[in-house]
Design a protein around this ligand. Sequence first.
Ligand code: G6P
Length: 608
Amino acid sequence: MCGIVAYIGSKPAKPLLLEGLKRLEYRGYDSAGLAILDGTLQIAKAVGRVVNLETKLKKLPGFEGSLGLAHTRWATHGGVTELNAHPHRDDKSGIAIVHNGIIENYAALKKLLTERGHTFHSDTDTEVLAVLIGELYEGDLEAAVQAALREVTGAYAICVVCEQEPGVLVCARKGSPLMVGVGSGECVVASDPSAIVAHTSQAFALEDYNVARITREGFRTSTIDNKPVSPKMMQLELDLEQAELGTYEHYMLKEIFEQPTSLRTTMRGRVDLNEGKIVLGGLMDCAKELVKIKRFILIAQGTALHAAMIGEYLLEDLATVPAECEYASEFRYRNPIIEDRTAVIAVSQSGETIDTLSALHEAKDRGALSLGVINVVGSSIARETEAGVYLRVGPEIGVASTKAFTGQVAALTLMSLFLARRRFMSAERTRTLLDALNKIPQAIETALESNDLVRRVTEKYVERDNWLFLGRGYNYPTALEGALKLKEISYIHAEGMPAAEMKHGPIALIDDGMPAVFIANKGPQYEKVINNIEEVRARGGHVIAVATEGDEHIASIAEDVLYVPDVPDCLSPMVTVIPLQLMAYHAAVLRGHDVDKPRNLAKSVTVE
Ligand code: G6P
């Protein structure tokens, strides 16, 4: 989604901002722009990739200063045009602004400002905010920003400069992430730490309704009501090398192949095989409270929701505690009943998904204990939950989430076993499951060896425009995830569903044009899945089965079989998902799509 980078210091801002924008490209965007304040404001914008902006800037004189703002825009209000790209400016005051989020009352504000004689050049909510700040400007940019933000509703992360104050950068946040990296005599502000770490590892995250006024000499932070606040400094630990492509053609492929390593890191130091114990530092402070929890509610969106659905099965099956999983966006807007001893688990790679964050607020307000299963350290959800488990899978750059999914499932498995052992599970059974969990990275390595076969199978069906993904029990969410992956990057229509549900309608779609991917590992519902496969075959559908190594029977009923190692059913999604991730990847490549920058998608969705 939209990305922000801003710089104030002594170095030339332009190359630094362009480099920062490139680090943010993975988040998804459709246009880019930057402003440099060097006596006067200079602004350049381009539709499409950052490289288009870079090419344009090569032909433009100026842009030499050491204070500037830059932005990648993911269109919400107004089409993808240069006029709608950021930065936006207010001509009267010489203010320029970049903004992530949505100003919800922009229409009313725009009407008011138009009545006062202002004209607008774009369709965006952001330009309205620029003009509002300009309208309120009386020689103090920080005060004008504070005053304007008291008038707006919605979500924002903004950076603002003003020609009349050439050494000042003002930033603010509500609901959309913004981080200030503090170096010596310079600051880099960004919506994502990956644009900061190359310059400094000291940073602080702005809190909601907080404003930072930054100069080359230092900074101060306050609320939008001008009450001073002290930011909490943190050490950024992002390893930039981890975010490099290396020898892989795409980040998605790199991250698929990284999963054995990333899962080993998720589990390192957390599994004590000798004692049959799970060590989760992030849960220790509330361990006693957790054991007494009567109901877990898991909230998430997208791929994280599919991992959370597996978490629901794990908590009920292993920890024997009622659990339910829900789209965060739906949970938030119904009237969720939070009874005594309820815990909510927010599952999110980025820790910034606005739907998940808002649902978390709702649950906390209603008295739930709040837990997070998050990848990005120090993200909003990580900061706002009382306890949790980090995924530790490293930065995920591919928009189509892969290693975060297996990391989320592994973290939820550890969390369920942590609870199970403290409730009713014997040391013996815990040890058996932990032993199997420890071997999952190895099983994924084996599953990855089928990459060439998966490509060949995908090639056979890649022209088909409608696919079904079917699974049962633990692998019903895996089927949903397989369908989502295919949709996201191949733009092929795919539906995932419980295999048994097919008979209740979708079976009408089956003909010889429809590939049906079954997750048919040897679990408790294996025989039932085989029946469902027969039903598809009887209607001329093409069956691709993800099956357990050694299962010869399935080869006689499915057209194509992708084998994965035998692991306990409750751990199987981490392995059965591998051929599905590879299938989506190859389909996208074969169809000629940009795998890492799928159309219309954003890595982290920070607007509702
Ligand atoms: C977006 C991404 C998905 C991701 C979802 C939830 O839709 O494109 O890949 O699964 O957000 O993101 P989160 O950061 O909360 O896991």
